[in-house]
Design a binder for this molecule. Sequence first.
Ligand code: UD1
Length: 408
Amino acid sequence: MVGEVDVVGAKNSVLKLMAAALLAEGTTTITNCPEILDVPLMAEVLRSLGCSVEIDGTTVHITTPSEVEHRATSSAMGKLRASVCVLGPLVARCRRAVVTLPGGDAIGSRPLDMHQNGLRQLGASSHIEHGVVVAEAEDLSGAQIWLDFPSVGATENILMAAALAEGTTVIDNAAREPEIVDLCVMLQQMGAKIEGSGTSTLTVYGVPKLEAVQHRVIGDRIVGATWAFAAATTCGDITVRGVQPQHVNLVLEKLRIAGAEITTSDEEFRVAMNRRPEAVDFVTLPFPGFPTDLQPMALALSAVADGTSMITENLFESRFRFIEELVRMGADARTDGHHAVVRGQQHLSSAPVWATDIRAGVGLVLAGLCADGVTEVWDVFHIDRGYPDFVANLGQLGAAIERVGENA
Ligand code: UD1
């Protein structure tokens, strides 16, 4: 595949920024939003809380009333993971929240203990009953919070609640993902006092009120890196625009070791592979480690690479379900606990395969592009939740791909 591709805003950022709009009365405008299914779903969640939301292409306007509804129990809540990020803002604004347990990708157990513990440290009670999280607080007061693990969602919920708490909160072992930095930037524009953004210690000096602002979402590093993998896996040459190369440093370094030629500039990078990729090992870890969301793409690359790769999954145990589908296409891969060993093959062979989540669906498409014959990927609605214009982009890059059946 050869050509250029533009990447829009990050799914894992925009949904949290939309939740953050609950923190301030008035109209928040978010630009560079991806046109993916999860954005209207999150809009539905916010409307059920009393906001009016207008989606105009890649711009979303959210008008938050002075009094926000504290019950987030609409059916949309169960359709995406990021819906849980209304918990922190609701506790902050209403001092109580009833939030349906979130849905999202079935990639392993996704508990909320760190979200709840963090809110408890700030002075809120929190328990789960009948499939909802119930949280209540007379007052929120700053606290020292140590996270067991740098959870993205827990860091975001605690950060948003702490922004309107009284006094100073320190979150230690906080997540450092670029999407957390994006959220900090927007909160700071809104008037929040935050130090240490992008480091593992976040200090939040609570303020009584935040203001609605306009904010541009950062480029989607996972989508950008997916195109980098597409180039490396198919021996192509793809220039990716709209993503900051420093957000995908480790990914590009891995692909360089696999044999790709990498060039980077401001908000652009190019990945060119002119021979069969060499096998590389991958270990998933929180940022700046290798992203778990790219593990299926790493497996697809390893399946056709020259040599044997070891892939270690440290975040979501069920992600290796993807391997069963890859094996249907002739991959030589086996798993043991959270390790997978993949012996690269010269060719894969086409087969009907099933997408089990967003990233697995994309991994199967990449593998299908390297397989002899026509590969059918089923349940591609998963891909719509994270990748705008996926099939059109692939077609422009020269892939022989067609969307058929429902939603074609
Ligand atoms: C977010 C991303 C997801 C990405 C993940 C890790 C969104 C909508 N999703 O998910 O695409 O794969 O970060 O980069 O932004 N954990 C607990 N208790 C908790 C919270 C988390 O044990 O209270 C564990 C999880 O089971 C997992 C690990 O911590 O093993 C990391 O999860 P977390 O960073 O919270 O991921 P999400 O925010 O759910």
